[in-house]
Structure formats: C-alpha cells, structure tokens
Design a protein around this ligand. Sequence first.
Ligand code: FEO
Length: 393
Amino acid sequence: MKRRRVCSGVRWLGAVDWNRRLFESLTPTPNGTSYNAYLVRGSKKNALLDAVDPLFERTLMSQLETTDRLDYVVCQHVEQDHSGTIPTVLKKYEQAVVLCSPKAKPMLVDHLGIAPERIKTVEDDETLSLGGKTLRFMHMPWVHWPETMVTYLAEDRMLFSCDLFGSHIAGTDLFAGSDPHILDAAKHYYAEIMMPYRKKIRKYLKRLDALEINYIAPSHGPIWDQPQSILRAYDNWTSDQVSNTVVLPYISMHGSTQVMVDYLVSALAERGIKVLLFELSTADIGKFAMALVDAATIVIGTPTFNVGPHPSVVSAVYLANALRPKLKHAAIIGSYGWGTKATDQLLALMANLDVEFLDPVSCKGMPRAATFSALDVLADLIRDKHAAMLAGV
Ligand code: FEO
C-alpha cells in the first residue's frame, strides 16, 4: 500500500497485514490487522509518529522514499509492532531524534538497541511546534504498556492514540465512517488488549473530554473520522454497567457436565437471562473475551480431570482473570468421577475478579434430581442478583 493523505500535512504510512491470524501468539485476528504510522509535516520540521512491525520494514521504507528529511520519530509505545522498524528509520535519517515518554527511553534501549543519545524524552502535556503543526504529548500509561502516550495535533484536532481505540482489521478504507463491522472489531480488540486497564482508560476518557477531536488515528485499524462513535463505545465498555448476560465457558468429557450445562442454559433462558455459551474445545477465544466486556456473570462448567479442573477450562479461566472484566458474579458447575478439587483450584485462579462467588453445583457421575434442583436454585439466584443489579439496588 502506498502512503495516503489523511488531511493537509498529515499522511498515513504503514502496512495492512491481511494474513495475520494470531496476535501475540494468542489473540485470534480473523480480519487481519494494520500497523499505522503517520507523517506530520510542518513548515519547519517533520515528524513520523510510530513505525510498523519489522515484517513490513520494506513497506514503510518505500513509503518514506520521497521524504528527504525527518526531524523526529515519535515513539508512543515500545511494543515491537509499532517500534520495531524505528532503528531502520534512524539509519536513513541520521539527524532524526526519537521522542518518547521517560519510561519508554530505557525500553527502547533494551528492546531495540537504540543509542540513548538519539532519544529525547517529553513530559506530559509538553508541546512541540513543527511550524503550523503543534504536537501535544499526553502520557497515558497502560494503553497498553507502562510507557504509552498519545499525541494531539491541535491544528487538525487529531488524536494519535496508538493502541488505544484500535481495531484488528485489515482493509482499504482509511476511515471507519459509521461501519458497524469496524466498531465490532474495535470491541473485540478492546476485550483482548485494553480491558485489563479499564479503570485507567476511564480516567483518560475524562481527560480527552477537554479536547476537541475531529479524528482519532490509532495504530491498528481505520481512522475514526466520526470519533464520537468510538468514544461513546469506550465510555460504555469501561463503565461499571453490565448487561443481563451469563457467559458460560465449559468442557464436557463424557457427557455429564454437558447435561448440567444444557439444563442451566435452559433454566436461565426461562428466567429471561441471555446466555453466551463457549464449548472450549472449539470456541474462538477472542469471541469469549468479547463476551466478557459487559456480561454480569460467568458460570464455568468443568468436569474433573485428575482431581482438578479440565486444562482447557483452566486456560479460559486464566485468560478471564488476566483480562479483568467487570463481572459481578461467578459460579462453577460440573461433574466428577470419584473425587474433586476442581472448584477450589478454579477459585484460586480468579483472584483478579472482583466478583461475588455463588455456591457451586457439582455432582458425582450423571446429574440426578438433586443436581437439577441445585441448578434451578442457581438460576433463581442469578435472576435475582441480576434484577437487583439492573434496578440499581
Ligand atoms: Fe499494538 Fe501494544 O501493540
């Protein structure tokens, strides 16, 4: 892809990675992704904001062929999908200086071997005039590493947000417009990348409220040219509001846990509760993460595997714990053959979840009448908890 005009003096550079199917060797990216860099040209100086994944070094360097001079490379985030080609850019532009947050400087030295004398740190809210283009650097740690910052281009009311407000989506559209598919991809991305930092992002949204923003230009996915849509979505996702939904990840080895899951799904549906079910041997873990964005409750279904929970369930619970969703309640159901410590072991994996644990339901062998009664009690309890929560009690 050639570089493209965003507005006067601002160009999109970067790479569209149509074929990437896994990010960080974990997160499914069914729609590919992009690594966006931006060139801002002032009357006196030029700046490149972020770079691209090292796999696309040639793409970026060919986009820079017609740029004779570069004064600054702004590194908003040291993760290699944005910084990995900065050393090559610095080789071409020997006078260029890297601008980054104080926390980013040693990371650039450690990760990329950039000489410290080529790095200048910028303070929070520091401004830099390029000549008719003024960059304002805003430190925003943990979106998505501790060194991250965003940059506001005052004259164009454009926010360069790096990972924040991104979406893993490859395409030829430079702008998101009002495409609901892109907003959906942004929710998917939020779940996997940003959700653990929900409370910090909420504070950052308030800070951004003070800015007039016409464009949000992230480093993954299209540019938000109607930024209120993604700002409203983030306001909703990061709020404490949850929906009348149960997320139910589960595994069944010989059918007993499956019977319990089927019964509970039906019982919850009869009580007006939406259930999002994930059979973990086939589930898309990205969709599971996305389901956690605003669900009120998680119910985990596991058989006992060598006394503990099934390994696939352990993996899903570990992920949910790491993503720190705003769940309010959790419960565990499942069967066992002769003895079990599955519930205790799963509870120990959920230390990050600020939830009320509801009484587990487990049974030896096939579920019987007492098991179904206990599942009905659990469904009643979830209904009552959700009703009280939605009523604001
Ligand atoms: Fe897109 Fe945290 O890197």
